[in-house]
Design a protein around this ligand. Structure first.
Ligand code: F6P
Length: 503
């Protein structure tokens, strides 16, 4: 019987387990390491170093069942309007496959496939041209996903196109990018779901002028008319997307155009296949064997039951170094909410702060705090079994460090000298990709997407809106004329003072 929204049972388990270290949990359950592992396609994930036991995990699974997580997946994949505040379907799964045979989902998939074909045609034309460099302009969901995947999967020896990303409204970003390029051999892609985003419009204007017009300019938008009109781009070079694709879930759509240019159209297709494989798993696996569900429940345990305020992601693969930045938007823009779907306050804490970096570098920066600081930071450690560079000894060293750090964090080490003592008890989840391929990266990202959704079901919040970012945008648009010398009524005394200084 679940009471108090299920959390009192979980707190009782945490109480019972207080003082039980990770080594004791291992000793108490001899098959724990095998039982707490899942292999889904190219991903192996092991939760054995989390601070719950079988009984606590069962209670978490009961909570997921009580919140109808399985039904939630069905509603998502079938295209029901689960983005309640915006009255929209959430169909990023339809961009990569048919996770449901609901007519809305099938229609969305058909539209997505047609746009992929259009994108393939544009890529062929570009390949046949003298273009060597692509500048992709977008921000947030129109930048972070393409930037991550293009960087992770670009061939070490170089590819047909060099793809550059500019997001920040700070002109220095555009200046530095353009300084290395020749307008005669460069094409630009402007990506904006709304085509109303200040950063992208300003940077797009700089790029368009630098290119000498819109002849080699492309756009991706859910508002294609606006995109075509604002920059005078020919309709055949404007790729559509739809309101049923959230910005931070959009890399699988035409927003992935720069990815396809950086890694090849065929490999872009393989990225989608990997994600579709994870969709199929999420839709059909029982809760206890469902990877996104287990990941999400682990996050709930660490946040709501153990009270940890942050969550780190460490990629032991340099090529995935941008993953923490990507996940910050995916997770924190989705789950950074304080009211439930019905508008009432949430029952407890929602998203922790997500952060991280690439090992081994981070071992020489913030790992001191992870090992001996006063805050416990649960972490995902992500590595690849197979190596793709020719430096085998380095790969072995990388993996040795991955194993060493997670073991040290979990088990600690006693010492009579308090300065040299490691308390241990720092939980982590181990995620191993067979190798870094388009399929495995697609599956990994989709796993995180679905884990976000499961948490939103547990907390009863909408993971698909982001009204929290609007107020700052509104204020900035009021303040811009003031910075340009116009007389504007400013109520806030600090802003008034700062404006006077800046002017
Ligand atoms: O910052 C908020 C946000 O709306 C994100 O959700 C979105 O990914 C980003 O801005 C960019 O928006 P657009 O693609 O419409 O330019």
């Amino acid at each position: 019987m679940i009471t108090n929204n299920g959390f009192d049972v979980l707190h009782a388990h945490a109480q019972r387990l207080q003082g039980t270290g990770i080594p004791s949990l291992m000793a108490a359950e001899p098959d724990r390491v095998q039982r707490m592992a899942l292999k889904v396609g190219p991903l192996y994930v092991n939760f054995a170093r989390q601070k719950y036991d079988r009984a606590a995990l069962d209670a978490l699974l009961e909570l997921a069942a009580a919140r109808d997580v399985a039904g939630g997946f069905q509603r998502l994949f079938a295209g029901q309007k689960i983005n309640l505040t915006e009255d929209r379907s959430v169909l990023h799964s339809a961009l990569r496959g048919n996770a449901s045979d609901a007519p809305v989902a099938l229609a969305a998939h058909a539209e997505a496939t047609a746009v992929q074909a259009q994108m393939g045609g544009l890529i062929k034309t570009l390949e046949a041209s003298n273009v060597t460099d692509i500048v992709s302009v977008g921000i947030g969901g129109s930048d972070l996903g393409p930037r991550l995947v293009a960087d992770a999967l670009r061939p070490a020896a170089g590819a047909r196109f060099r793809v550059h990303f500019v997001s920040n409204v700070d002109g220095a970003a555009m200046q530095r990018t353009l300084a290395t390029l020749d307008p005669a051999t460069t094409a630009g892609i402007l990506i904006s779901k709304t085509f109303g985003t200040q950063e992208t419009l300003l940077n797009g204007r700089i790029l368009c002028d630098w290119l000498g017009g819109s002849e080699r300019l492309y756009a991706v938008s859910a508002n294609p008319e606006r995109a075509a009109k604002a920059f005078d781009i020919a309709a055949e070079r404007v790729l559509p997307m739809w309101d049923w694709v959230g910005g931070r879930y959009s890399l699988w759509s035409a927003v992935g155009f720069p990815i396809a240019l950086a890694i090849g159209f065929e490999r872009f297709g393989q990225l989608l296949e990997g994600a579709a494989q994870m969709d199929a798993h999420a839709a059909s696996a029982p809760l206890a064997e469902n990877l996104p569900v287990l990941h999400a429940l682990t996050d709930i345990w660490n946040r709501n039951v153990l009270g940890y305020a942050t969550h780190a992601v460490m990629t032991y693969d340099q090529r995935m170094a941008l993953l923490p930045a990507y996940l910050q938007q995916l997770v924190m823009e989705s789950l950074g909410k304080r009211v439930k779907c019905d508008g009432s306050p949430v029952d407890g804490d929602t998203v922790p702060v997500w952060w991280g970096g690439a090992g081994t570098d981070v071992q020489h920066s913030f790992f001191q705090a992870l090992h001996q600081g006063t805050s416990i930071v649960p972490a995902d450690f992500i590595g690849c079994v197979r190596n793709d560079d020719p430096y085998e000894i380095n790969h072995q060293a990388l993996l040795a460090n991955l194993l060493a750090q997670t073991e040290a964090l979990a088990n600690g080490q006693d010492s009579e000298d308090p300065h040299r003592q490691y308390p241990g008890g720092r939980p982590s989840t181990m995620i191993l990709l067979d190798a870094l391929t388009p399929q495995s990266l697609g599956a990994l990202i989709a796993m995180y997407e679905h884990a976000v959704y499961v948490q939103s079901l547990i907390w009863d919040i909408n993971a698909f809106d982001q009204f929290g970012v609007e107020l700052g945008k509104q204020l900035a648009s009021q303040l811009l004329p003031a910075l340009q010398g116009e007389t504007v009524e400013i109520a806030d005394p600090m802003t008034r003072e700062l404006l006077a200084r800046l002017r």
